[in-house]
Design a protein around this ligand. Sequence first.
Ligand SMILES: [Zn+2]
Length: 166
Amino acid sequence: MNLEPVTELDRDTVAVQLGRPPRAIRAIAARCPSGHPAVIQTSPRLEDGTPFPTLYYLTCSRLAAAVSTLETTGVMKDMTDRLSTDADLAAHYLRAHETYLAERDAIEPLGTQVTAGGMPGRVKCLHVHIAHSLAAGPGVNPFGDEALALLGTSWPTGDCAAPSTN
Ligand SMILES: [Zn+2]
């Protein structure tokens, strides 16, 4: 986990990525290789007090589009099915859920055990899991790690890729 403070440029970039001003943004949790924000850490409550349980939010529009395409392949059902047959995977996924909840509760407890993305019993949203994996690094969220691998060469490309050095 390498949380960075949000600069004015980051805030402007995320507003363009999301098509609206970012809400409850606390930190930049991951960047695309080119340097723009890929994942933000958000406050557990929005400015008006509404609970916002998704602690790590994918903002890069190119990455989000690639993840949406991956979701159409039905991979989430396969992932969910494997939780009932692979005890090690289920235990790993439960630890990912507990880590997520502990990090959120350390900021502000919401009084709920619900995290995001279907954790710990189902796999509902790959955007959540990829955001978690990019924020936490490999080995924390097994399905985020898998989904990142499944993206293959579709990310980072274009303006997400590392800027040329010439
Ligand atoms: Zn990007």
